[in-house]
Design a protein around this ligand. Sequence first.
Ligand code: 13P
Length: 315
Amino acid sequence: MVASDALDALSNAPPLYWAYYETKVYLSDSGLWLIWQQSALSDRVPLATGCPWQPLVQRLPLRAQIFRLAMRKALIAANWKCHGSLTMVDEYAAVLEHSQNAEIAVFPPAVFLARYASKAANRSDCGIQDLGVAVSGAHTGEIAGDMVRAVGGRWVIVGHSERRHDQMESDDLVAKKLNAAVNAGLRPILCIGETEQQRDAGNALAVVEHQLRVALAGINVSQIYAGAIAYEPIWAIGTGRTATPRQAQDMHVGIRAVLRSLDVDAALATRIIYGGSVNAENASALFSQADIDGALVGGASLQLDTFTRIIAAVA
Ligand code: 13P
């Protein structure tokens, strides 16, 4: 069942009829998620019975629009790559704040992470751009997930195309890193995306699907709910040539279908964000697409003013 079917069912049903649906309630850092599956009408257990979140459930607005936001709160992430300074860390940490509409995560170079976390004091999140597979040991230069958490980092980018290409990270290594991330209790942003050649050859979806399936095979799929998948077509990264909203939306629908084939709840709950030349001008057209749940921003995240305009583009 796709999200829109669930929403249609909901918008035609007064609250009492909620009990007619098999409903799962998740309260997480990224919002309150109610996930439906239509089920036997005989199963009329009141939704809120014994539910620890009853007051929140009762406060939930009925309108499908608002409900949809509650299901997948936008994630706007700044990937600074190998840019930034202590001054920039202090400025961003002081200004950026999670909002009702969007969760914010900043990925400065690893050496700045502790400072970002302490200055931001949970007003926004931060994370690391890459993670070692080992938990500890003789692995010069590697950083383990527990260390990231110890300094206040909560997120990790896994499988960015620059690492796949520059550091020759294979799909299998990406799967191991994803596994290490979730085992350490970090929220992963798994990056997938095709080259221009692969797109021109008509293989974009097949490539992305392969990357996704190999990575997710290394974890329990439910472990991706709290993180996100970033679709980053390589031809759009740093080129100023963003995917059109239609191209991105089509791929996100394809990615969601792959998720659905693995786990229905993952398809509904997991944020699929877009990355590749997102800027303050094209952000709102991208975010208006039903399956684009935010952005992973590179170059345009290096100017605080531009990045805050991108955040403001979330409806
Ligand atoms: P740009 O926004 O600079 O294209 O980079 C996208 C990206 O790689 C984010 O991870």
